[in-house]
Design a binder for this molecule. Structure first.
Ligand code: ATP
Length: 617
């Protein structure tokens, strides 16, 4: 369907190209989505945990609370050991108490280890399931989106969202969320304990915390934007990679590898720089916490020593205090990192939800009926269509086709042939006018019931990875092996299939590169015949094939078209002549209609087209 641009090699210019490498490729999709951190989106992202919150979250929370309590008890035991068992101030040190405390600490460590193991197990389960659900939802949604969505986005950047963006959330769900909860619980626990031990010392140590939060919120926005930029640059690389690999043959034929490499290098370097910048900003968090921690520790020793002198705290309590404070900076530091992780996740989820919120342009109307089994009468009534506003691709098409007729659409490139067949299958909805099938306006019936009765064979026959049999079965999934062989025989594909190494079970590579153009065509005919649609749309391949295959294809085509209403974007004279009616399009309008002889006699556009074909022979 897509227009294959005929590129003619021009003699190499003596002058250097005036196009700069960086201006050669333009990838549109990579707009940085810059929205404020938003709780709605945050809640939406975390709603993915909901299905597991009843079953798994209580378990995770349980083990987390056990781990935190055991962790926070150990410093208290240490202070007991110092003050009650071994302090020089005691009249009689108690070794028995020391052993008991040591044994208790050991048991607490074992419990902490077991709780840690279970926590990792449960968090991994939650993380994996959430990512699975998110990816499935996104893919399901993308599959429903209309052609117009894919027209505007390079395949590579769509891939990035389903793979990289979803993956980048994985860490958040497996470790991030739970660590954040653990850290919060631990922080609250420590604050309570510090205030209980000695509220003055506790408050003095915590003086530095608001300062740190103030600075970290200032950094927040810049960091988020920097990570979004990284993602946008990566998406651009992916788009270019995708295009480069798909177009590798053209690149090599025109020896443009060096030039492509230069462009790739440029993008790679830009992406690296952008990553360096974001990561440098990230790194400012850690040292910031350390400096704040250092100041806090200084206050602790300075003020603690004073309080020991005044007798308000014991040495044991100060040791415990030091331990707690040591455990205090760690979670704050991790929360800082977690915050960054959350910002990165926000950028990814914004991009994911942007796709999820994209509404398919072609949808069933409320109360749309099922299109009943059709005969295949088709009518275009004054059909106008614009891909882009005010640039009509079709300007008032009127066409009546009776069931069983075959229509050949011919015309210059860009005249609107593919557009007509795109509209019939409702890949786009028309801008004005009406298309009916057996009297039903195609916008009033469900898309599923419409498309299931229309078979489509595209010029670029898409062969999926899998066996030959699977590829034919794509036409109707419940077809038996016998039915598959029968259709393959009917379209003359059987002969070449049985000569493949494993016959129908031969694995074909993705896109069927190992098959010839003609073989791919025959396979796609078999696929369409298996589906047995009342209406058939065929975008005939433009590439010339050898006369024998051409004959086979023509015979196969007769089998395929028999008894069906068909629209053929026709390029071969033989196909055109076999059609019941020829419709000649020009700049989005029907200019001539009739059979081959009638149109030749007219000596108009059709005559010109045919004459041009012969001139090339
Ligand atoms: N996805 C699209 N977005 C915007 N404009 C489009 C799109 N597809 C086609 N057009 C424009 O619509 C017009 C008709 O295109 P169409 O593909 O129907 O031509 P065609 O007759 O099938 O050409 P060809 O024989 O080269 O395939 C052209 O001007 C084309 O540039």
């Amino acid at each position: 369907m897509s227009t294959e641009v005929v590129i003619e090699k021009e003699p190499k210019s003596k002058h250097k190209s005036s196009i700069k490498t960086e201006d050669r490729f333009v990838y549109q999709d990579d707009e940085v989505i810059d929205k404020e951190f938003n709780w709605g989106q945050f809640r939406r992202l975390f709603s993915y945990m909901k299905p597991y919150s009843r079953q798994l979250l209580p378990k995770v929370l349980g083990v987390m609370i056990i781990a935190t309590i055991t962790k926070l008890t150990v410093p208290y035991l240490t202070s007991m050991a110092i003050d009650k068992a071994i302090s020089p101030a005691l009249s009689e040190p108690s070794l028995k108490l020391l052993y008991m405390i040591t044994a208790a600490a050991l048991i607490l460590y074992i419990i902490q280890w077991a709780a840690g193991t279970y926590r990792i197990k449960y968090t991994n389960i939650i993380g994996q399931r959430v990512i699975y659900d998110l990816r499935a939802d996104l893919f399901k949604h993308i599959q429903k989106l209309s052609f117009s969505f894919f027209d505007k986005r390079p395949a590579g950047s769509v891939l990035v969202r389903v793979t990289n963006d979803v993956n980048s959330l994985q860490d958040l769900f497996t470790n991030g969320v739970v660590n954040m909860l653990i850290d919060c619980i631990q922080l609250i626990g420590i604050v309570i304990i510090l205030l209980l031990i000695n509220w003055k010392l506790g408050l003095a140590v915590m003086l530095t915390v608001p300062v740190m939060f103030f600075i970290s919120t200032k950094l927040r926005r810049t960091i988020r934007i920097a990570w979004q930029d990284v993602r946008a640059k990566n998406s651009r690389i992916n788009s270019h990679l995708n295009e480069s690999i798909q177009g590798i043959r053209v690149t090599q034929a025109f020896t443009q590898e060096q030039e492509n490499m230069k462009y790739f290098d440029l993008m790679n370097m830009t992406s690296k720089r952008s990553w360096d910048k974001a990561s440098a900003m990230n790194q400012t968090f850690g040292p910031l916490i350390e400096v704040t921690g250092g100041i806090g520790t200084f206050i602790l020793f300075w003020y603690g020593a004073y309080l020991i002198q005044t007798g308000e705290v014991t040495i044991g309590l100060l040791v415990a205090f030091t331990n707690y404070v040591g455990n205090f900076w760690d979670p704050i530091n991790r929360l800082g990192q977690m915050y960054n992780q959350l910002l990165v996740a926000m950028a990814s989820s914004e991009r994911i939800f942007e796709y999820m919120d994209e509404k398919p342009k072609v949808v069933d109307q409320p109360g749309a009926a099922e299109l009943p089994q059709i005969k295949g009468d088709i009518q275009f009534e004054n059909v106008v269509f614009e891909y882009e506003k005010n640039r009509p691709a079709l300007k008032g098409i009127n066409l009546q086709v009776e069931a069983g007729q075959s229509i050949a659409l011919v015309g210059h490139t860009g005249s609107g042939k593919s557009t007509i067949i795109n509209l019939l299958s409702r890949f786009y909805d028309i801008t004005d006018g009406r298309i009916t099938i057996d009297g039903y306006d195609i916008r009033d019936v469900t898309v599923q019931s419409l498309r299931s009765q229309i078979g489509i064979v595209l010029q670029d026959t898409f062969i999926f990875s899998g066996t030959i049999r699977d590829n034919i079965r794509f036409g109707r999934l419940d077809a038996t092996d016998e039915e598959i062989e029968a259709v393959a025989k009917a379209v003359h594909a059987h002969d070449f299939i049985i000569h493949l190494p494993n016959g129908y079970d031969t694995e074909v590579e993705e896109r069927g590169n190992a098959l010839s153009m003609g073989q791919r065509q025959l396979l796609s005919f078999a696929r369409a015949l298996l589906a047995d649609p009342r209406i058939l749309i065929l975008d005939e391949a433009t590439a010339s094939i050898d006369t024998e295959t051409e004959l086979k294809i023509q015979e196969a085509l007769q089998v395929l078209l028999k008894g069906r209403t068909s629209f053929i974007v026709a390029h071969r004279l033989s196909t055109i002549r076999n059609a019941n009616r020829i419709v000649v399009l020009d700049h989005g309008e029907i200019k001539e209609e009739g059979n081959h002889e009638q149109l030749l006699q007219k000596q108009g556009i059709y005559y010109g087209l045919i004459e041009a074909q012969f001139r090339f022979l």
